[in-house]
Structure formats: structure tokens, C-alpha cells
Write a protein that binds this ligand. Structure first.
Ligand code: ADP
Length: 640
């Protein structure tokens, strides 16, 4: 029952509106969600298609690059062939000898380089004296003699031994001289090691023994550089030994490029498997030092091969895929050789067998954590829905505002009806009472009769003013109140209205004090309307001044404006009410609480009238201190 009461119009309208608004919001939201979902599915499909296309192109490009490498694995594989960076060409002779290009591009080899070696018995005499006879000086003499031999291999063997004996004798400078001579011999081995390597390592050892750190550093540095640039054809163990030896002398950690290590290891793999290489002349291999690609051609006279390390493979990957996509390569056992681990979804895979590649190719976009930019279409969709939602929300806001205003007006209207009824009731009650008494001839004394007539006159006047006020308000509301503007003496109009008002309020002890310097100001105005506006302001000043019974009226003017000020020292108006009291039907909280008579249309009419005269109404007030209303009108400029 209570709910039905609460839901009476216009609240019902509000509820209907809210229901419609919610439904339309729901419908738009649902539609938007559906569209976005559909768009997301389309987007996934589009991305997958793009990945597939890119994967096909990448596989084809990789095939071409591998075919290029394959073309290098052919005679004449040699010093004149230009290899891409990170790629080495290798040829293996049937006997197992290995050559690599570009020269020095392998850190170590599967087999040592072959250089002439002195016959094993050459130094037997010297070694007998050195070891069995313990005659180091004698041994040195024998070795010195051999050091002058014409055969570089003999010379090298003798110099290395001579240096060793000199060191044993503690003659460091003589040992260094022997090593210097040894270093000059390029193509000879000493005990299976290149003569120059033995010389460098020997010199470094002498510097270490004789505590000459700066020379030791210099020599170790040169040794390391020579090893790293592949000056000598060393096997892995030799390389590792001398490399770590040099690092120890230099007090650094061995730091070999993984790429070079992988290529050297790939050459080792090739050498080891040279007898059993299968018919598919390409293979990607996962080595401890990194992934490598090996392509070869087995001809009767030689095995020609090309090896590429991880750097080449990574650059191949980045070259063949668009920059916003990622590429990964995996081997037949599923190990990722190059790139990040591919995701489970949104990836294009080209298996090795199907794509004719030595690895499986995976292509995928950036991970979701890295953020995938929404497609322009999706952005546009979101934008469209955002605009629709904004338009709807703005529409709802204005409709709601208008409705709440109407609700307020309708509440004010019902307050107004109650107030008007009350305003009518009290004079009507007293009129009917007096009329009854007079009709029944119950008022005997002449004095009482006069008093009754006075009350009759006053209440009839009050009713007349009330009715006139309501009628005028009705006309203003309907926009039918056409003003009859005529040149008027405004001071005179104010004077006569104040006088008339004074007469009416004098019996209640009120007085209106008007400052009048006798001058007159002229303006174009509607006599009746302006006088009603002034009357309303005076009536309010009296109504809302229960304690101070004086009201002041002042007039000021300049060339083109005349101001009529009505002041009182009454209740005053709180600041937050000062704007809305000029709206129709609005009454102050204090006046309602104190049950002061009124209908809430007085100031609304004043504002309408003043505006219709091209002027404005101002209020300044402080609760408890009184109020000051100012009507500002355009004067006709005539001051007499
Ligand atoms: P009402 O019939 O209530 O006087 P009005 O439109 O004339 O209606 O005034 C609106 C409200 O403004 C009043 O209810 C009152 O609260 C406030 N008000 C107007 N004039 C004065 C005044 N001189 N002093 C204090 N309050 C005033």
C-alpha cells in the first residue's frame, strides 16, 4: 500500500525512466560485449593467418640461405671464397687432414696441423748428456751445434732443447735468446707443437721464473691473441691448455666467444662423423657450446663443408621474420636451439621435414605480458561504444535533472495550494463570523460595530489583494501580462505606494521611513506592475520583521539607473536560500517553521516585473540582521 502510494505520478515516471535507462544501458553493454568478443575472435584468426603467412615466407627465405651455404660447400672451397660472418668453410682430406677458411676462423681443430719434425734420433747425444750424464754444459754445446743445422725442423728441436738446458743452468738471458731464434722458425714442429708457440710459452715461463711481470704480461697477451686468432692449428686439448695458461699469466678468466667455440666443435663433429654422414647433406646440431648448422658435400677427393654458429642462426632468424614477430628454432628432440621458448598458443610451426629445413621453425608474436596493441578496428569499436555510452549517460543526466526539477516544482506547487488555502481561510472565517453577528443583530454598541466594519474592510482588502496577486501571477506565468510602459515619475510612484502601504500597516505599529529629497526621477514603467513589485517587497519586509517595526525605503539614481532600496532589520535570509527565493513557490525554511503567512510567489513576481522593465533585483541579507532588496531600473535620465 505504502509502495503504491510512493509510486504515484510523477515518481512512477521516474521509475519507468530508470527502468528504460537500465534496459537500454544493458542492451548497449550486451551488444558491445558481443561485438568485442566477435572482434577478438576475428583478431585471433587474423593474427594466426598473418603468422602462418610469415612462417611460410620465413621458411622459404631460410631454405634460400641454406642453399647459398650449400653452394659454398663445393670446390673451390678456399681462401678466395667470401663467407657470411659467423660461417667457416672446412675441407677434410681423405687422410683426415683439416683445412678451414677464412684462415684462423676456428679456435681449434679436430687434428693438429702437420709440420716437419726432426728425426727422433737427432738429439739422442745431447739428451744422454742432459739426463743420464747430468752434463748440462755438454748438452748445451751439442744442442748449439744442431741449432746451426740447415733443416728448420732440426733447428727448431735443437733451439727448444738449448733453451731448456739454459734455463736449467739458470741462464735466463741465454734461454730467452734461444727462444727468440726459435720464434723465427715458422714451419716446424717441436714435439708435435708449432715452434713459435713453444717459443712464446717458453719466454713467458722464463719471465715468470725470473719475476719480470710486465714482460710476462706482454708475452702472455701476445700468446693469447695468437691462440684466439687461430695462428696455429691446435687440437682442443692444446688450445684449452695454452689458453688457460695464458689467462692464468694474465690473471683473467678465459672468455671465448661461444660462437667461435660452437664452430670449432661443429668441425670436430664433422670430422668424427665423416665416414658415416647421411644422404641429407645438412644438419643442425646442439653442442654444449651452442647450436650449429653443418652443410657438406662428400666428394671422392675431399669432404667440403660449411659450419655456422649461433650468431649466424640468430641473424638468419631475425632477418627472415618481420620485426614485430619472434622466431625460434628447435631440433628433432624438441630442444630450443635459437630464440625464446615458443608459446603454446598463437604460434605458427613449420616442421623440419615439411619445410625442408634442418630444424623446426616457430613463429609467434610478443607475449601477452609484453602487451599486444589492440587492432585499430577494435579501438574504433571501443571508441564508438564509449561515445554511445557517453551520449546515453548525458541524455539520462539531463532527463533526470529535468525530472527532478519537475518533481520539486510539483512538490512546491502542492505546498503552494496548501498555503493559498490557508491564506484564504483566515480572512474568510473572520468575514463570515462578523457577517453572521451583524445579520443576527448581535453587535449592539456603535463602537463594536465600527470595529467590525474596520475588520470587514481590512479582511476584504486582504482578500482582494490576494486574489489580484494570484491573478497577476497567473498572467505572468502564462506570459500574457503585457506591460503598459509609460514615462513615469518614479519617485512619485514610490511615494504614493509607500503612503498607501503605511496606512495599511500603521494599525499594527509599523512605520515606513522614506528618504525623500523632493527630487523626481523619470523612467518608462508600468505603474501598476511596479507598484505591485514595491508593495510585495514592503509586505515581505514587514512580514519578516516581527521585532523591529520600521522599514526603510531609499532611492538613489545616476544618469541612466535608478535604484529603489527596501531595508528591514528582520529575520534575514541564509546565504544558501538567497538565490532560490526568487523561484516560484519557494519559501524560506524559517518562514515555514514560524508559520508566517505567505504563498511563495511574491519575489518571483518581483523578479519578473523588474526583468520586464529591463532591470534587475538584488538581495543582500544576513540571518538575524535584516535584509536589503534593491530594484535597479533604467531611468529616462530626467531628474528634476
Ligand atoms: P512568501 O509568500 O513566502 O513571502 P516570497 O516569494 O515573497 O514568498 O518570498 C520568498 C521567501 O523569501 C520567503 O518565504 C522568505 O523566506 C524570504 N524573504 C523574502 N523577503 C524577506 C525579507 N524581507 N526578510 C526575510 N526573508 C524574506
Amino acid at each position: 500500500m505504502q509502495l503504491r502510494h510512493w509510486l504515484r505520478p510523477p515518481r512512477q515516471l521516474l521509475v519507468v525512466f530508470l527502468a528504460v535507462a537500465l534496459m537500454s544501458a544493458g542492451a548497449v553493454g550486451w551488444l558491445g560485449w558481443l561485438l568485442l568478443k566477435q572482434d577478438a575472435a576475428l583478431d585471433v584468426q587474423r593474427r594466426q593467418e598473418r603468422l602462418d603467412q610469415a612462417a611460410d615466407r620465413a621458411a622459404a627465405a631460410m631454405q634460400r640461405s641454406i642453399a647459398d651455404l650449400q653452394a659454398h660447400a663445393n670446390p673451390p672451397l678456399g681462401p678466395n671464397v667470401r663467407f657470411p660472418p659467423g660461417v667457416s668453410g672446412i675441407s677434410i682430406r681423405p687422410g683426415g687432414g683439416v683445412t678451414a677458411w677464412p684462415e684462423g676462423s676456428l679456435l681449434y681443430y679436430p687434428v693438429s696441423g702437420v709440420a716437419p719434425l726432426a728425426p727422433s734420433q737427432t738429439f739422442a747425444d745431447g739428451e744422454r748428456l742432459e739426463y743420464s750424464g747430468n752434463d748440462l754444459a755438454g748438452a748445451a754445446r751439442v744442442y748449439s751445434k744442431s741449432a746451426a743445422a740447415g733443416d728448420p725442423a732440426v733447428r727448431a728441436g735443437a733451439l727448444a732443447r738449448l733453451a731448456r738446458v739454459r734455463r736449467k743452468l739458470g741462464d735466463a738471458d741465454a734461454a730467452l735468446r734461444a727462444y727468440d731464434q726459435l720464434a723465427q722458425i715458422e714451419h716446424a714442429d717441436v714435439e708435435g707443437l708449432p715452434a713459435a708457440l713453444v717459443a712464446r710459452a717458453g719466454r713467458a715461463s722464463v719471465f715468470e721464473e725470473t719475476s719480470r711481470p710486465s714482460e710476462l704480461r706482454q708475452e702472455a697477451d701476445a700468446l693469447q691473441r695468437d691462440i684466439r686468432r687461430g695462428r696455429w692449428q691446435l687440437v682442443k686439448a692444446e688450445y684449452e691448455f695454452y689458453s688457460s695458461q695464458a689467462s692464468a699469466w694474465l690473471d683473467t678468466k678465459p672468455a671465448d666467444a661461444l660462437d667461435a667455440l660452437a664452430r670449432a666443435d661443429a668441425a670436430g663433429w664433422l670430422w668424427q662423423n665423416r665416414a658415416s654422414l647421411d644422404s641429407m647433406p645438412r644438419r643442425s646440431i646442439a653442442l654444449p657450446s651452442g647450436p650449429a648448422l653443418v652443410v657438406w658435400q662428400s666428394l671422392p677427393e675431399r669432404l667440403y663443408a660449411v659450419v655456422a654458429g649461433p650468431t649466424y642462426l640468430a641473424s638468419l632468424c631475425s632477418e627472415v621474420v618481420p620485426s614485430d614477430l619472434r622466431c625460434a628454432l628447435s631440433d628433432s628432440e624438441g630442444r630450443t636451439l635459437i630464440g625464446d621458448r615458443p608459446p603454446a598458443r598463437m604460434v605458427a610451426v613449420r616442421a623440419a621435414s615439411a619445410a625442408g629445413l634442418p630444424w623446426t621453425l616457430h613463429l609467434f608474436g610478443p607475449s601477452e605480458a609484453e602487451g599486444i596493441a589492440p587492432s585499430p578496428r577494435r579501438r574504433l569499436l571501443v571508441l564508438v561504444f564509449a561515445v554511445v555510452a557517453l551520449v546515453l549517460a548525458t541524455g539520462w543526466y539531463f532527463i533526470l535533472r529535468a525530472m527532478s526539477r519537475e518533481l520539486r516544482v510539483s512538490r512546491l506547487q502542492s505546498d503552494f495550494v496548501a498555503a493559498v488555502s490557508h491564506e484564504f481561510r483566515s480572512p474568510l472565517t473572520s468575514l463570515s463570523h462578523i457577517a453572521e453577528m451583524l445579520a443576527g443583530d448581535r453587535i449592539r454598541s456603535v463602537d463594536d460595530r465600527r470595529k467590525s466594519y474596520d475588520v470587514l474592510v481590512r479582511d476584504t482588502d486582504r482578500l482582494r489583494r490576494l486574489v489580484e496577486g494570484l491573478l497577476d501571477f497567473g498572467r505572468f506565468e502564462a506570459g500574457a501580462a503585457a506591460l503598459r510602459l509609460e514615462p513615469l515619475d518614479i519617485t512619485d510612484l514610490v511615494r504614493s505606494t509607500v503612503a498607501e502601504f503605511q496606512e495599511r500597516v500603521a494599525p499594527d505599529g509599523y512605520s515606513i521611513e522614506m528618504t525623500d529629497d523632493g527630487s523626481s526621477v523619470h523612467a518608462c514603467a508600468d505603474r501598476e506592475a511596479l507598484s505591485r513589485a514595491l508593495w510585495n517587497l514592503l509586505d515581505n519586509a514587514v512580514k519578516y520583521s516581527p521585532d523591529c517595526r520600521t522599514v526603510w525605503v531609499d532611492m538613489t539614481h545616476d544618469d541612466d539607473r535608478v535604484s529603489i532600496v527596501i531595508r528591514d532589520r528582520g529575520l534575514g535570509i541564509p546565504a544558501h536560500e538567497q538565490r532560490e527565493i526568487f523561484d516560484r513557490f519557494v519559501r524560506g525554511a524559517d518562514s515555514k517553521a514560524r508559520r508566517i503567512r505567505g504563498t511563495g510567489i511574491g519575489l518571483a513576481m518581483v523578479r519578473e516585473i523588474v526583468r520586464a522593465h529591463g532591470g534587475e533585483i538584488q538581495v543582500a541579507s544576513e540571518p538575524g540582521r535584516g535584509s536589503r532588496f534593491t530594484m535597479v531600473l533604467r531611468s529616462a535620465g530626467g531628474v528634476a
